[in-house]
Design a protein. Structure first.
Length: 689
């Protein structure tokens, strides 16, 4: 509470300062400029899915995880409630194959490799981008070549109208599940070349919501149908962030300080046993997170031919897990309960240098090198097992080249990854090295039409995390690294029309195939804190993604926007054992649906906006490997709708948004035995000065 009070005090002191500056301005605000997205060097080589500006704000989304659900090929694993873990999976490659970059630098977690996207609020986010493969520029760090897919989260950059040096915005959200979420953001122009922002936010929810759980026997009859309430999904969290931006004729730079802290309950799996619903009636497990991150980036334009880029980061993460468990042995409840009180301390040091040289107007080459150091310490009470205290040194280097022949563009790179690990207490720490090539090609048949045909091949090498290897309860020290080979062939077309009715039209179709060897599957046990890691051996993954969108001008002041996505995917477990083909050979891997899709419909009339969104995820199977009736998870879908109104009073701009989520009140589970909230509502009021 003391720390929260201090942070909020700092925020309000800053607001006071900003308000004072705002009162000295002679010019009043009329409108804020549109958000400017930086143009990619190879804009149409690799298509990108983007949500930014007004489109991002209109979605019924609270966190980055909520917004990513609308991207084609994306699956969010949500473990329920405001405090539940939220991770991303793209094309069923697994969470660990998705690199998440915050302001250009990857968010790391060497402990378990999982980035909880529920921690990142949209209140300070300007744009979210998703690339399959990698970005369309070779001027980037070596780490950016290392993932099968990449998500880029860009925070809001200051934009000032002429004669104005200070912007202030405040937002308050309230809703079901006792949600309280105030936030505040200020922007200050130091001079023509330097500006800064500070953003603070607090969120509270008691996490209690009604759910219904229904299970069937193998013969199709109802085994049980019960109703309960989530009691251990509460959360108290706050974030404070300070960013600096600078530029001149030869240099651009940015720096970011980020702090996040939360105290939340970990909702358990809901399991029916002997006419009793076992769930979070007893508050057994809790988790405290404290995350600090400081990072900076500097680009120097030395000449028309040469430029270099430096990035650096330090992150310190503390995670405290406590548990007082009653454990079940052979059908009997046994209080086994030494109190678990484990604190993990993780350090991440990172530095990167990238160089870009233009050999000719159509040919560029780049060289990037990264150095990273990760260390994990722990204080573990109530357990007699040893901890390995792992340390990992990682060196990465990437050489890339790109050519632009007009209709044909190509980009190729080779990435070298070299690791050295140190551990204690007789744990085996293997050192690894690998070279991974990639090739991307695009073809544009006609200059006057925005038709693009593209293809890529990428080799990905994924190291096991510290938990995978050394966690004393579930870690497997002989776990093998994951090797995947990814192929993609796609076509996209977009056209801005001068027709009075149809403003624009866009369509894209992507087909992909991935061959994954020694795939590491992480499945939760009865607790989100304890996962089971295994090598599946081999997985073959293929599918088709499609997206279509248009904007219609129905009346002079009435626009209708429509965006639809659909994906079909097949992810087969082709693992072999010493005894030949297991019973699950050829079955769909856990939590991979065959069919999924989404739709977003926007209706804008003057200062009014109506937004409808729909998400569908088809039938899939739970963490048990066999595709049998008992393991089947039924399809789920949600309907969300929001209404917003913008208005002005004097020099102030206001916006009010009313949202209804899961409008059909469907009871569903994204992950087996972790029920999601039913119908819920949210109200947002924001003000800009």
């Amino acid at each position: 509470m003391k720390l929260k009070f201090c942070l909020l005090s700092i925020a309000f002191l800053w607001v006071g300062k900003v308000t004072l500056f705002a009162q000295t301005q002679k010019d009043s605000i009329t409108t804020l400029n549109e958000i400017v997205i930086q143009k990619e060097v190879f804009k149409d080589l690799i298509p990108v899915q983007t949500l930014s500006g007004e489109a991002l704000e209109r979605l019924n989304s609270h966190s980055v995880a909520d917004a990513l659900r609308y991207f084609s090929g994306v699956k969010i694993k949500d473990y329920g409630g405001m405090g539940g873990l939220k991770t991303i999976d793209v094309r069923n490659m697994g969470t660990h194959h998705v690199g998440v970059f915050y302001n250009g630098i990857q968010i790391g977690n060497a402990q378990n490799g999982i980035v909880d996207l529920g921690k990142f609020s949209l209140d300070n986010v300007e744009a979210i981008k998703l690339y399959n493969g990698q970005r369309s520029t070779i001027f980037q760090s070596a780490k950016e070549y290392a993932s099968a897919s990449t998500v880029y989260i860009q925070t809001k950059k200051p934009v000032f109208t002429e004669g104005k040096d200070v912007n202030l915005s405040a937002k308050y959200k309230a809703g079901s599940i006792q949600l309280t979420n105030p936030s505040i953001r200020t922007e200050y122009k130091i001079n023509d070349n330097v500006s800064t922002t500070i953003s603070a936010e607090y969120m509270h929810s008691n996490g209690r919501y009604k759910f219904r759980q229904k299970r069937h026997n193998l013969n199709g009859t109802v085994a049980y149908d019960t109703v309960g309430h989530r009691l251990n999904s509460d959360i108290d969290a706050y974030r404070i962030e300070n960013s600096w931006y600078g530029k001149d004729d030869k240099n651009t730079w940015s720096a970011n300080l980020y702090y996040y802290q939360s105290d939340r309950g970990l909702p358990e799996a809901v399991i029916k046993k002997s006419d009793v619903t076992l769930e979070t009636e007893n508050i057994n497990e809790r988790q405290i997170d404290k995350n600090f991150m400081g990072q900076a980036e500097w680009t120097r334009y030395v000449s028309d031919r040469y430029q270099f880029l430096l990035k650096a980061k330090f992150a310190y993460d503390l995670m405290n897990y406590t548990s007082r468990k009653t454990v079940d042995f052979q059908g009997e409840e046994v209080t086994y309960n030494p109190q678990f009180d484990n604190t993990f301390y993780q350090q991440d040091w990172y530095i990167s240098a990238a160089h870009l040289y233009k050999i000719s107007p159509i040919w560029e080459v780049s060289l990037s090198t990264d150095l990273q150091y990760n260390k994990l310490n722990a204080t573990r009470k109530g357990q007699g097992t040893l901890f390995s205290y792992p340390e990992r040194y990682t060196f990465m280097t990437a050489f890339a080249t790109s050519v632009d022949l007009g209709k044909v563009k190509a980009q190729g790179n080779i990435l070298g990854t070299f690791t050295n690990e140190k551990v204690r207490h007789n744990f085996k720490a293997p050192n690894r090295s690998v070279w991974a090539p990639s090739l991307f090609v695009s073809y544009k048949p006609w200059n006057e039409h925005n038709l693009n045909i593209h293809a890529f091949y990428k080799y990905i090498f994924r190291l096991p995390t510290f938990n995978d290897l050394y966690y004393t309860q579930l870690g497997t020290s002989n776990l093998r690294p994951e090797i995947s080979r990814q192929f993609n062939l796609g076509i996209n077309y977009n056209k801005a029309l001068n027709h009075s009715f149809v403003k624009e039209f866009r369509v894209s179709v992507e087909s992909y195939y991935a061959n994954i060897t020694d795939k590491i599957i992480a499945s939760p046990t009865s607790s989100m804190m304890r996962w089971m890691m295994t090598n599946l051996g081999k997985v073959e993954n293929y599918g088709i993604e499609s997206a279509v969108g248009t904007t219609l001008n129905i009346l002079p002041d009435l626009d209708l926007g429509i965006n639809l996505t659909y994906e079909y995917t097949s992810s087969k477990d082709k693992s072999l054992t010493l005894y030949g083909k297991p019973s699950y050979y050829g079955d769909q891997i856990p939590y991979a649906p065959w069919h999924s899709g989404s739709s977003i419909v926007e209706l804008n009339y003057k200062d009014w906006g109506l937004n409808y969104s729909f998400i569908y995820v088809g039938k899939r199977y739970n963490g048990n490997k066999n595709n049998i009736k008992r393991n089947e998870i039924q399809p789920w879908y949600t309907h969300d709708i929001s209404l917003q109104k913008s208005f002005k009073w004097k020099d102030y701009k206001f916006k009010a948004i009313v949202e209804a989520n899961n409008l059909a009140n469907q009871y569903y589970e994204v992950v087996t035995n972790f029920p999601m909230p039913g119908r819920n509502f949210r109200f947002t009021l924001s003000i800009d000065l």
